[in-house]
Ligand binder design. Sequence first.
Ligand SMILES: [Zn+2]
Ligand SMILES: [Zn+2]
Length: 294
Amino acid sequence: MTAHIVSDTAARPSAARDSTHPDFTARFWGVRGSIASPGPDTLRYGGNTPCIEVRCGGALLILDAGTGIRPLGEVLVRQGATDIDLLLTHSHLDHICGLPFFAPAFHAGSKLRISAGHLEPGRTIRSVLQCMMASPLFPVPVEIFRADCSFHDFVAGDTLHPKPGVAVRTGRLNHPDGATGYRVEFAGRSLCYVTDTEHPAEGRDAAVVELARGADLLIYDSTYTDAEYPAHAGWGHSTWQEALRVADAAGVGRAVIFHHDPKRTDDELDVIAAAAEAARPGTLVAREGMVLSP
Ligand SMILES: [Zn+2]
Ligand SMILES: [Zn+2]
């Protein structure tokens, strides 16, 4: 139940790989919520919006297509990766705006399956992406992709089986326009990705606790602090303190604070990291370049 830090390249470039669970890793390419926030105050934790590369043996899953997916795509093209499952939590811009700049999508011979489970009946993820990639918002349509691209709509609550031995449980989150939480299970271990979501006024969100139950790693929407939250009630986001409460309620191994507010500076995140470590030892604040093994 203990998640292992494989490496944290932003802080410790030469960190040794943990050989305990080498086949199941999560690499953070974008950890920021709402809008990309480059600048001197976000250099250490990073300013890209959500994107996480998950490796399950030979299977490659990508969680969300925020701006972090652009540099990931450059690496994948160099590696010659051809078979990709992109799982979208939802279609707010911070989670999809990197897709038109994702190099493997333009690579003939690549396979790209894009899945989403948050849309109302009658809407499809393909049609939503077609809206984003349409003049005059964007000059070229989705059909410009040269990869073998497919689009899959599911209902939050379904279990997906992207590859043999990899199960992805899903659950509905509490967010304007809907969102889906994912739980990736591989080799007897589990990683739970819960962003963007707002906690209930009283108690924990039972669906989130159930999805995260016993997970080795819980990556959780921590846009606000508990003190900031009341001014943002109804905006669809949660707090880092709630991340810890959910982790405790669900018996999670390690909680990861994620979807940082765009205004949050590196120094402020350092303060949160220290407070979270004191409150629940092992808790981490997500930063670009960090690699974790569930
Ligand atoms: Zn978001
Ligand atoms: Zn959102």
